[in-house]
Design a protein around this ligand. Structure first.
Ligand code: FMN
Length: 323
């Protein structure tokens, strides 16, 4: 067995580096480059529920007849899906690494049927990107969580390939919520998604956005929650947000992640940076005298360490004491 090999959602990965969903994975040529750079799996660019709907809407405004509207609407849905299916089919023919389809969704509705087609054409797994801003003052936390549970239940009924969900950290009872998702027999949970965040330019009185790409400084959040949860739940956890180096990846594995997803680092540097990340993980394994990364995964999760409170310490008491 290769010393970097790991298993995520039942998929055999030759190493723990998965390229996360983004525009770097939206064509077969790009996926081939990702494989060549050494990644063990790739999550395709998401099919967005909103994207399909808004395209349908914009065309609808040019169309007067209901019949025509129906036709266009159906065409757009089919076309989007056909393009996506095309990428899955061709990628499966051209590369050996697992192809994980990604669906960005917020309702347990008709999109679920897309899964049948996606899996029929060879996707190895599906990652759900569910994010609903909890901004409705009439909906409490339980109601928000139920939307996620309903989506997962519906998807699990249709899917016969592994299913993961990529979450935000915006849940009041995150550990309990993740545990409940795990009980629904999800195969993987990706912690965490990173969003487009609004900002305001006060001089131009315009909306702008905060930085598109993460830095390693953002790693502490996935690290904390993977450390707290990895030993408590059955579902495999994967780290996302802030993994930029081999060292970052090793930290996530020590906390209990089965693998890591990388995106920003590949935009900031280039896709071939994966080779450096893998070399650094290998080097660290050798220097630390581990035979393979299965010995590393979870070695510093919450129950494995002498002072488990490090994962839950949220105040700066220790920091101020030292000064
Ligand atoms: C340009 C860009 C496009 C992205 N597109 C998607 C997407 O289509 N679906 C998705 O689930 N996440 C998408 N993401 C989020 C990433 O998959 C990832 O969760 C996030 O960037 C955090 O990982 P990182 O710190 O390695 O960048 C995108 C991120 C970037 C920077």
């Amino acid at each position: 067995m290769d010393k970097l090999a790991t298993k995520y959602m039942g998929l055999e990965l030759k190493n723990p580096i998965i390229v996360g969903s983004c525009d770097l994975s939206n064509s077969v040529e790009k996926i081939k480059r990702i494989e060549k750079a050494g990644a063990a799996a790739v999550v395709l660019k998401s099919i967005f529920e909103e994207q399909i709907m808004s395209e349908a809407k914009s065309l609808r405004s040019h169309s007067k007849h209901t019949e025509e509207y129906d036709y266009i609407n159906n065409y757009i849905r089919a076309h989007n899906l056909d393009d996506y299916i095309h990428i899955i089919e061709n990628a499966k023919a051209e590369v050996d690494i697992p192809i994980i389809a990604s669906i960005n969704c917020s309702t347990p509705s008709e999109w679920v049927n897309y899964i049948k087609k996606i899996q029929k054409h060879g996707a190895d797994a599906i990652e759900l990107n569910v994010f609903i801003i909890p901004g409705d003052i009439n909906k409490d936390g339980r109601q928000m969580e139920n939307i996620y549970f309903n989506i997962v239940r519906k998807v699990k009924k249709v899917a016969n390939i592994p299913v993961s969900i990529k979450l935000s950290s915006y849940f009041s009872g995150l550990a309990n919520f993740v545990d409940k998702l795990s009980i629904l027999r999800l195969d993987g949970i990706v912690l965490f998604n990173r969003f487009y965040n609004p900002d305001i330019d006060i001089h131009k009185m315009e909306f702008t956005s905060t930085t598109t790409y993460s830095t390693s400084r953002e790693l502490s959040q996935p690290l904390r929650w993977i450390g707290i949860l990895s030993d408590k739940i059955e579902t495999d956890l994967v780290a996302s947000t802030g993994v930029h180096t081999g060292e970052d990846a090793v930290k996530c594995l020590l906390a209990g992640a089965k693998a890591v997803e990388v995106v920003s680092v590949l935009y900031k540097k280039k896709v071939e940076e994966i080779e450096n990340i893998l070399n650094d993980i290998s080097l660290w394994l050798d220097q630390s005298r581990f035979d393979d990364i299965t010995q590393v995964i979870g070695k510093m999760s919450k129950p494995q360490i002498q002072d488990p409170s490090v994962y839950e310490r949220a105040q700066f008491i220790k920091y101020f004491h030292k000064r």
